[in-house]
Design a protein around this ligand. Structure first.
Ligand code: ATP
Length: 581
């Protein structure tokens, strides 16, 4: 469902709640306009020397009652509208997030995260503001204006009202014309400020490099340029804001002057009473606010409608990797993988990145995938869980084209340890049980032991409850990798893919993890991508990728005997190890 129909549906479903809050605001407006009327009557009685001390008390009590009742009704309307607006905001945010989760990684590769966050935060906030604040203000403005005009027309003078209003009617037009200019300036100031923060963050995080290359002066000058830019943007904003703020009081002063001149004349010539004159000046003051608000609301609605259109575009984005019309439901995946891939090409690439890839892995076997950087190893691993979609009928799981298998079933059948071993900013324990939130602590600990990260975790201040990330402890590269491996060990999936996940652990830990892998291997099909050949030497079969094609394949012993690229790389790595020892 797109953003507009979501909003229509929300408004329709909550029509009663909206009706009540709008009614409360309307009532508050009609109560509010009794203020000047009561004060006018009071003045008339005062002028006629008809006021007793009891009357004064009654007037004071009346004003108090009007004030309290007005505020109550207005607050009810405002609170209810505000609440509905928030509910819609969260509904939209949830919908957008759920939608993003369905989109492919390709989609995110072409979008800036900052831009997406901007949609999730600012565009949605803009729509919410229009739906709660905007609606409040609009109702208030229209009915306060209406109530004030009814009161002045019926109790004072139509002519006096119309004359005094002449300068005020320019206010909404001015706001609609000038408001966007202020917004534009304010946006530029914000952009300049975030530019500066970005530069500061970048400088601080690369401080070692800056110092090592003696680039402090260059950085300081870049910072100075940014600050100069901020100052100039801010001055423009101040100038515009000052003009804006001066205009409205000027117009209301002119209005008051007309009210005084013409109203004074009417009072002196006995056409209106003194009380009406006093009440009228108060009504003029009351007219300024709704007219001003109408201008703001028009701007607010314009911004919200632009935001709604942007959200609409996002929500209409179709996920590119979806289920087949009648997906195959696999139960009890065995883990047999068969690949007959003539070619795979990324949508934005000129040439295929993989060509003529043919192999088969039996359930419980291990396949090693090695090759130079950029040879296509990760691409191959990404095709299996359909992170990128392979062509139809090229990759099979248990004899079924993976594009025909229900996506959820396929992905649940695979435990994937990505290259960077991404961890969330939550506790270590929760990171490990990410794929299986109900896993017991004992199972989490067992997985941590198999991944050889248990001893590290228990040494953290809160053990498995230690929070990772900016607000918690920082893990070393090796600890991150092993935690990510523990996560994959815990997920009892029939297929395990490790994408260079042992690169940051030392040789002896690598051996231990591989031994642990061996213990579960009978039940799991394992794909190990590695640069360090020691990680794949015990694999049942190894393929060596070179520029997207299989250059060599076989067992470790067969490849050594072939004396090709694998054997050469193995010798170099062995020598490296011997030298290091
Ligand atoms: N999403 C993508 N879109 C377009 N091209 C890509 C994408 N991902 C990778 N590539 C390109 O595909 C080629 C193979 O990349 P891949 O990451 O599969 O290699 P790799 O063997 O895993 O490398 P490494 O060992 O460095 O991880 C590279 O030329 C890379 O630039």
């Amino acid at each position: 469902m797109n953003a507009k129909s979501l909003m229509r549906q929300f408004l329709w479903e909550n029509k009663r709640a909206y009706g009540i809050s709008i009614l409360a605001i309307i009532i508050s407006n009609f109560i509010n306009v009794q203020f000047p009327n009561i004060l006018g009557r009071f003045t008339n009685a005062l002028q006629a020397h008809r006021l007793t001390s009891k009357d004064v008390l009654v007037y004071a009590a009346l004003l108090l009652v009007v004030g309290v009742v007005y505020v109550q009704f207005y607050a009810i309307g405002q609170y209810r509208n505000g609440k509905l607006g928030r509910q819609f905001e969260y509904l939209l945010r949830r919908r957008l997030f759920a939608h993003w989760e369905l989109l492919s990684t390709e989609y995110f590769r072409h979008r800036s995260i900052g831009d997406l966050l901007n949609h999730a935060m600012n565009d949605i906030r803009q729509v919410r503001e229009a739906l709660s604040g905007g609606l409040n203000i609009l109702t208030n403005a229209i009915f306060l204006l209406l109530a004030t005009l009814i009161m002045t027309f019926t109790t004072i003078s139509i002519k006096l009202t119309l004359f005094s209003m002449i300068p005020l009617v320019f206010i909404p037009g001015f706001i609609v014309w000038f408001g966007p200019q202020i917004r534009d300036s304010s946006r530029k100031v914000q952009e300049a400020l975030s530019d500066m923060s970005e530069l500061t963050e970048e400088s601080f995080s690369s401080i070692r490099l800056i110092k090592a290359t003696a680039n402090e002066r260059v950085e300081t000058e870049r910072f100075r340029d940014k600050v100069d830019h901020i100052v100039s943007q801010q001055l423009t904003l101040f100038r515009r804001s000052a003009t804006f703020q001066a205009f409205i009081p000027t117009m209301s002063s002119v209005s008051f002057a007309i009210a005084l001149l013409y109203g004074g004349y009417l009072a002196l010539s006995g056409q209106i009473r003194l009380g009406a004159f006093v009440a009228f000046t108060l009504y003029v003051g009351q007219l300024v606010q709704p007219l001003q608000q109408i201008g703001f609301v028009i701007n607010n609605f314009q911004r919200a409608s632009a935001s709604l259109i942007r959200l609409q575009v996002l929500l209409e984005e179709k996920p590119s990797i979806t289920n087949a019309p009648h997906p195959v439901e696999l139960t009890g995946v065995r883990g047999e993988i068969e690949v007959h891939l003539p070619a795979f090409q990324y949508s934005d690439a000129q040439v295929p990145v993989l060509r003529n890839i043919e192999f088969r892995v039996q359930p419980g076997q291990t396949l090693g995938i090695v090759g130079r950087t950029g040879s296509g190893k990760t691409t191959l691993a990404n095709l299996l869980p359909r992170i990128f979609d392979p062509p139809a009928n090229t990759i099979f799981l248990d004899g079924h084209d993976i594009r025909e298998i229900r996506l959820e079933t396929l992905r649940k059948a695979i435990a994937y340890v990505p290259q960077d071993g991404f961890l969330f900013s939550t506790s270590v324990g929760e990171n490990i049980s990410f794929g299986d939130a109900d896993a017991s602590r004992a199972k989490v600990e067992q997985a941590a032991k198999a991944a050889r990260v248990y001893d590290d975790i228990v040494a953290f201040p809160d053990g498995f409850d230690t929070v990772i990330g900016e607000r918690g402890v920082t893990l070393s590269g090796g600890q991150r990798q092993r935690t990510a491996i523990a996560r994959a060990f815990l997920k009892s999936a029939p297929i395990l893919i490790m994408d260079d996940s042992l690169s940051a652990v030392d040789m002896s830990t690598e051996k231990q993890i591989i031994a642990a892998l061996g213990r579960v291997r009978q039940t799991r099909t394992t794909l190990i991508i590695a640069h360090r050949l020691s990680a794949v030497r015990h694999a049942d079969h190894i393929i060596v990728l070179e520029d997207g094609v299989i250059a060599e394949e076989g067992t470790h012993e067969e490849l050594i005997a072939k004396d090709g690229l694998y054997a050469k790389t193995y010798r170099i790595q062995q020598e490296g190890e011997v030298t290091r020892v």
